[in-house]
Ligand binder design. Structure first.
Ligand code: SF4
Length: 287
């Protein structure tokens, strides 16, 4: 056998080995993906125009977490408002699930936002307790298209994908659904003390419990306001009216200040202003 033939044989063996190696590697990657899978977000059909239905799959064996929050964020540089963000908590799921969250009128306003088609939407599914979150980004039109064209309802999808038994694990304490008001105030790192947030329950009941002590640590003296008003951009989320219904009157497309609204509880008005996700509540203090 000539030297050339021996060299060709050796090269062939190397190439063959490489091909076999790559095949094995592909198989391995496939197996790993099958085993661990990438987190997957699926749009489902909502039963109401104010709600958002979806399914979320993740590898709960690899990344154990109790998922209990969905957050939507709109980056809208060419429209108004330029940023819209809201979230809602639900009883937690510790494995892949399908769910429908009713955000109320705010969700409808969200998809109707001026400039939506040039925006980017971020959907975040997270576990408040475990500090785990997954984010998915969509161009505005893609988000709308997927949302409007989704075929499966939550129940149908659960059946189809073998999730019939998936139901949220009940929290040992009853945590009410919250939107807009549970997160820390953007840029301020402070949590808004609101009566519906159980963390502050004792504070609002005037108990001298732990929560009261914590919440009132930076207690501010109350003050009166001379004027309170709403600037353009309200997304009618209801947060302000939930906090101070004697002052804020949320209508179909904006929020109004009630005629003759009491202006002597400035702290409560300030709390509503801080809870406003688009920061359109303004006021001036007396003096
Ligand atoms: S003004 Fe009230 S209803 Fe409007 S966005 Fe702010 S908190 Fe929501």
């Amino acid at each position: 056998m000539s030297t050339t033939m021996i060299a060709m044989g050796a090269a062939g063996a190397i190439v063959g080995g490489l091909v076999a190696g790559l095949g094995a590697l592909n198989f391995l990657i496939g197996a790993v993906e099958t085993l661990f899978g990438k987190p997957k977000f699926i749009f489902l059909r909502s039963t109401k125009e104010t709600s958002f239905a979806f399914a979320f799959h993740w590898n709960s064996a690899k990344e154990p977490a109790k998922m209990n929050r969905v957050r939507l964020k709109l980056f809208n540089p060419f429209g108004k408002p330029t940023v819209v963000e809201f979230s809602k908590d639900f009883d937690s799921f510790d494995e892949s699930f399908a769910y429908e969250v009713d955000f109320g009128q705010a969700f409808k306003n969200f998809t109707d936002t001026e400039g939506f088609n040039k925006s980017t939407v971020e959907v975040e599914i997270s576990s408040e307790k475990d500090g785990v979150n997954f984010q998915f980004e969509f161009k505005g039109p893609v988000f709308k298209d997927n949302f409007l064209k989704a075929k499966d309802y939550v129940e149908g999808y659960k059946k189809k994908s073998g999730m019939e038994d998936s139901s949220p694990s009940k929290s040992p304490i009853n945590i009410p659904l919250r939107s807009f008001i549970a997160d820390t105030v953007p840029g301020k790192g402070a949590q808004v003390a609101i009566p519906t947030n159980p963390v502050f329950a004792a504070y609002f009941q005037g108990d001298a419990g732990e929560a009261s002590a914590g919440a009132s640590a930076g207690a501010q003296e109350n003050f009166a306001v001379s004027k309170v008003w709403i600037e353009p951009g309200c997304i009618v989320c209801n947060a302000c009216e939930d906090i101070y219904p004697e002052v804020f009157d949320v209508q179909a497309d904006t929020c109004l200040i009630r005629p003759g609204a009491p202006l002597d509880d400035g702290l409560k008005i300030q709390e509503a202003a801080e809870a406003c996700p688009v920061e359109v509540i303004k006021f001036t203090k007396v003096g």
